[in-house]
Design a binder for this molecule. Structure first.
Ligand code: PNS
Length: 354
């Protein structure tokens, strides 16, 4: 493998570490023919960078800064060696670690890139690629592009994504303009102790309005919850398997920070009755003061759930009452058992959540 054009043209790259699948010289050449041969400055972000060949080729052709993200130690060493060989180390930073965490940090810092390469190992689940792609919009400078390499069409993964795809043998390269990645992401936060049919109705309706909904399970709540956040999240997972545009995360910090990291523009809350209004109004105003660009959107609860709350479910289950119809059927038994028992009994039942 060698750099094809630009100031490092012809430099032979180091041996590819085992387990890394680099983009072949032929595909790299075709790709840059489509992107434009040379660049006049700008920043490139190379995610799942492998040997770093894509980002280094971009530097060689005129971009002036590169950030490589790679978690595999031998690949990080290969990127560093390749940067030394090409004399481009001074223009590059290599971040060893997880792509999701790197994106959260870059988004929170408001970093912008002109070119982003997303070349994940093909074994990485389509859902993860979709999640990453959905978060790149806010990192892309105006006029910037995202290049995705895959063995299938990424537009199958991201709802609404368009992109310009070309196939090279078993490899598909798709180039997205910034507008083609615009996703309306919303965060739907709550304690979910436990999730009720009212919550599920709001999550379902939000998933019909937004391209992607991140259900945020509160980790630091004012009132101590009965179950740890990870287990409340798992109960939600059990009953939302049919919704393909949601993800479920535990949120430990401020809601607005979490929303920013997720690239969300909106926070969605359910509003049951006037009694909810005061506290929701206060939270929405506080969140707007902290972060004016994130809107709080309220969805009116369906009439049949307007009386329903997690605290009522806990109380009814705790006193041996019937919670059928109040919580989703898929977790009925487990909710009955967990919330009817003492704290000690709960400990053993919790293991059933899996
Ligand atoms: O289901 P709940 O109890 O109404 O959910 C409350 C939640 C998780 C939405 C709220 O506690 C929250 O936003 N927590 C994150 C911490 C935060 O951002 N607080 C400042 C906003 S008032």
């Amino acid at each position: 493998m060698r750099i094809i054009a630009g100031e490092a043209r012809g430099v032979r790259l180091t041996n590819v570490p085992p387990g890394v699948r680099p983009t072949s010289d032929r595909i790299r050449e075709s790709l840059f023919n489509v992107l434009g041969q040379f660049f006049d400055g700008g920043r490139v972000l190379d995610l799942y960078a492998g040997t770093g060949a894509l980002g280094i080729e971009a530097l060689s052709r005129g971009l002036d800064r590169a950030l490589f993200v790679e978690r595999y130690g031998q690949a990080v060493a290969a990127i560093q060696e390749n940067l030394v060989k090409t004399g481009l180390s001074g223009q590059a930073e290599v971040l060893r670690g997880d792509v999701g965490r790197a994106l959260a940090r870059l988004t929170a810092d408001g970093e912008l890139f002109n070119l982003i390469f997303l070349d994940p190992p093909y074994r990485i689940a389509a859902a993860e690629v979709g999640d990453v792609l959905a978060r790149l919009h806010s990192l892309l400078a105006p006029g910037g592009r995202v290049v995705v390499e895959s063995d299938g069409l990424p537009r199958d993964v991201v709802r609404g994504a368009k992109g310009d795809s070309r196939r090279y043998g078993g490899t598909v390269i798709t180039i997205f303009e910034r507008s083609e990645l615009a996703m309306n992401v919303a965060v739907c936060p709550g304690s979910f102790d436990p999730i009720t049919n009212g919550h599920l109705d709001i999550i379902r309706r939000a998933s019909g309005i937004f391209d992607h909904v991140v259900v945020a399970v509160g980790g630091n709540l004012r009132k101590a919850p009965r179950l740890p956040a990870e287990e409340r999240a798992r109960l939600i997972e059990k009953v939302t398997g049919d919704l393909d545009n949601i993800s479920i995360e535990v949120m430990t910090g401020l809601l607005v920070e979490f929303a920013r990291e997720q690239g969300a523009r909106a926070v969605v809350k359910g509003l049951r009755a006037v009694s909810d209004f005061e506290s929701e109004f206060e939270q929405a105003q506080l969140n707007r003061t902290l972060c004016p660009e994130i809107e709080t959107v309220f969805i009116m609860s369906a009439a049949e759930y307007s009386f329903l709350s997690s605290s009522a479910v806990r109380e009814i289950a705790g006193l041996g009452g019937e919670v059928r119809g109040l919580v989703p059927d898929g977790i009925l038994e487990i909710v009955r058992e967990i919330y009817s028992g003492s704290e000690e009994k709960t400990e053993t039942i919790r293991q059933k959540i899996g």
